[in-house]
Design a protein around this ligand. Structure first.
Ligand code: SF4
Length: 276
């Protein structure tokens, strides 16, 4: 029996950067207010709450510096923070910022903006703000059939699957005369998904670690379960010994918001289970 951890598992550049920015801010300020959880990982959020970061769902609950997380925020949020006389700490991932800039430019150039992604995801909600809430959100080739405009500009949620994005663009290209596409799927996502797929093809079971509310972790689960038996867990406490009975290769991957120490704990617990 062998356990293999996938390449590119765990924290991505944008999440590591957001954590570093939050750490610096917590050294400077006694208390900071994170608009939404800093990352989609309940264990990390709980850790930062102890350090002085309060998660708020609406700006009105902020009483000090507001942290904009890696998913970014629409322009109205920055404006409102200034109106409230508060400071903001911007931890938006630079790749997300770039996608926002593309969306804004497409809107200003008169394109019908289409955001490929999950309409409920905070990153997508923020993108909409850069198009004055005129953009359409789609996430399947089928939905592409509903887009009726002669000039369409597309940006993509950074954590979407490359394959589905390609199929959807193909569908749009069948009928849109002028189609401008920015592939804003981040490199880290693509590499992590490809590595997970490659490992899942060879593994008898895949363990995917990350917040149940993390879109990119759920994507890894979807990809992996296409090839083998897969389980999505947040911590080692969810592991069950029967998952590993008569398995030769156990694969592990983790979403962009999973810290290395959680991956290590999962690895160790599996080792304990398989070695009795
Ligand atoms: S997945 Fe990519 S775009 Fe998203 S935070 Fe990480 S580095 Fe940035």
């Amino acid at each position: 029996m062998k356990i293999e951890i996938s390449e590119y598992a765990g924290f991505c550049y944008g999440v590591m950067r957001a954590i570093r920015i939050a750490d610096d801010a917590l050294l400077k300020h006694k208390k900071i207010y994170s608009l939404g959880p800093i990352i989609h990982n309940p264990q990390v959020v709980a850790e930062y709450e102890k350090k002085g970061m309060k998660v708020i769902e609406k700006l009105e609950d902020a009483e000090g510096p507001v942290l904009i997380r890696s998913h970014g925020a629409p322009p109205s949020v920055y404006k409102r923070i200034k109106e409230m006389g508060l400071e903001y700490i911007d931890a938006t991932c630079p790749f997300v910022k770039e996608a926002q800039r593309f969306a804004e430019n497409l809107y200003k150039e008169g394109y019908k903006v289409v955001v490929f992604g999950d309409e409920k995801h905070p990153e997508v909600k923020a993108h909409l703000g850069y198009t004055d809430y005129t953009a359409a959100v789609i996430c399947t080739p089928m939905q592409a059939k509903d887009i009726k405009a002669s000039r369409v500009g597309v940006v993509c949620q950074t954590t979407q699957s490359v394959e589905m994005f390609g199929k959807t663009i193909g569908e749009l290209a069948k009928r849109i005369r002028e189609l401008k596409v920015y592939n804003t799927i981040c490199d880290a996502t693509e590499k992590r998904q490809k590595a997970a797929e490659e490992l899942a093809k060879r593994s008898d079971v895949m363990i995917i670690i990350g917040g149940k509310n993390s879109a990119n972790t759920r994507k890894l689960y979807e990809i992996s379960s296409h090839y083998t038996q897969a389980y999505h867990i947040e911590t080692e406490d969810e592991l069950k010994p029967e998952w590993f009975e008569n398995r030769e290769l156990i694969g592990i991957t983790a979403g962009a918001s999973t810290p290395t120490y959680i991956i290590q704990r999962v690895y160790n617990r599996i080792m304990e289970m398989v070695n009795g």
